[in-house]
Design a protein around this ligand. Structure first.
Ligand SMILES: NC(=O)c1ccc[n+]([C@@H]2O[C@H](COP(=O)([O-])OP(=O)(O)OC[C@H]3O[C@@H](n4cnc5c(N)ncnc54)[C@H](OP(=O)(O)O)[C@@H]3O)[C@@H](O)[C@H]2O)c1
Length: 338
């Protein structure tokens, strides 16, 4: 079968290469999935650049964590799925529900776990979910990392309520899911972006506040003004070094900063005492469990929510899909069709 892998020791997207692997067969408890679409995350750039977790990948590794397809075979003992079911794999192996397990989590697309950018992928049946019936495969492929992370942060941890204010940083994959989930919950959303055109698109999705962080570098003041001096009850913090101190400045009393990513770099220096009198918190979020994914899918199905897909590339155009994400021109998710 055809696949794309990140070559051992890769330090840039040049390490992405087409390859072939033997066709897998389903063993006990496993399902074989014919992948139909996969989606990119910022993490996939970090993996190719050798900047994810422990450094460059130590073995050739099939790329990407997120994808959806149809079950084409089931191994002995499988009870959760049948041939023909439309499924997506979970980002982590083995985290079914409840609090994060004590053992290190293994995620797809980085050693020791191959990813999903292959024509056929094996999953343990416990590490897959049915995808919402109304979604096409390209939309369903966007859910496992970006969707679940936003859901976990805002709905499961944040328990966002109608009328609360949610600050969404940037207009990438996690952020546009967060905007959509916040609107489902009846919250007011303010988005910051480098692009006025993207801010217009965010408004069309229901954002009430829209701030260009290039032309308004002290955007935290505008966030405070947006909510009458109170600030944001929930902050989807994907910026890192360039944004975290400003997020601390504009989080509302009793609010929570969901610490998710660092597109502008790690190593932020913040004064945590800025949180004390406001009794606000910073809480780390690391994607989520199968339970999070299943509850998110129930909400997506019930509201017929459509993930925001920026652009779909053909399998042979995989390097172009990586370049597109790397340029940062996207709004929402970048997808590859298989
Ligand atoms: N903890 C977790 O479980 C988890 C899960 C998923 C992702 N993440 C992390 O979250 C981050 C976002 O991931 P993603 O896949 O959603 O990325 P993405 O689709 O590439 O989007 C990133 C967005 O960040 C915005 N941005 C870039 N530089 C910025 C800056 N200096 N200040 C403010 N915003 C900036 C850009 O928005 P504009 O173009 O609108 O300016 C860009 O579209 C990454 O760091 C990723 O590793 C973590």
């Amino acid at each position: 079968m055809r696949a794309y892998e990140i070559a051992r020791g890769s330090t840039s997207t040049e390490g992405l290469r087409a390859t072939t692997r033997p066709n897998p067969t389903a063993g006990a408890g496993q399902i074989l999935v014919r992948m139909r679409a996969v989606a990119l995350n910022y993490r996939d750039l970090m993996i190719a650049r050798g900047m994810y977790m422990g450094g460059p990948v130590a073995a050739d590794t099939i790329a990407l964590s997120d994808g959806a397809g149809e079950v084409t075979a089931v191994g002995p003992g499988v009870t959760r799925f049948r041939v023909g079911d439309r499924v997506a794999g979970t980002f982590f192996r083995g985290w079914r529900d409840g609090p994060p397990p004590g053992t290190p989590l293994v995620a797809l697309g980085a050693p020791p776990a191959d990813g999903v950018l292959a024509e056929q992928v094996l999953f343990d049946e416990q590490d897959a979910v049915a995808v919402p019936a109304h979604l096409g495969m390209e939309a369903a492929a966007t859910l496992p990392c970006a969707g679940v992370t936003a859901w976990h942060a805002l709905i499961e941890n944040g328990r966002v309520r109608p009328g609360e204010t949610v600050l969404v940083i940037g207009t990438g994959g996690v952020s546009m899911f967060a905007l959509q989930f916040a609107r489902l919950a009846g919250a007011r959303v303010v988005v910051i972006s480098s692009s006025d055109e993207k801010l217009q698109r965010a408004r069309a999705l229901g954002a009430e506040g829209a701030i260009n962080y290039r032309t308004t570098p002290d955007w935290e003041r505008e966030v405070l003004i947006f909510n009458h001096g109170r600030g944001a009850d929930h902050i989807i913090e994907v910026g890192g070094a360039g944004t975290l101190a400003r997020s601390v400045a504009c989080v509302a009393p009793g609010g929570c900063i969901a610490l998710i990513g660092a597109v502008s770099g790690f190593g932020a220096e913040i004064n945590p005492f800025g949180l004390l009198a406001k009794q606000a918190s910073i809480r780390g979020v690391f994607v989520g469990s199968r339970g999070h994914f299943e509850r998110m899918n129930a909400a997506i199905a019930s509201h017929k929510l459509e993930p925001v897909v920026d652009k779909v590339f053909a399998f042979e155009e995989t390097p172009a899909a990586y370049s597109h994400l790397e340029r940062g021109a996207h709004f929402g998710k970048v997808v590859i069709r298989l």
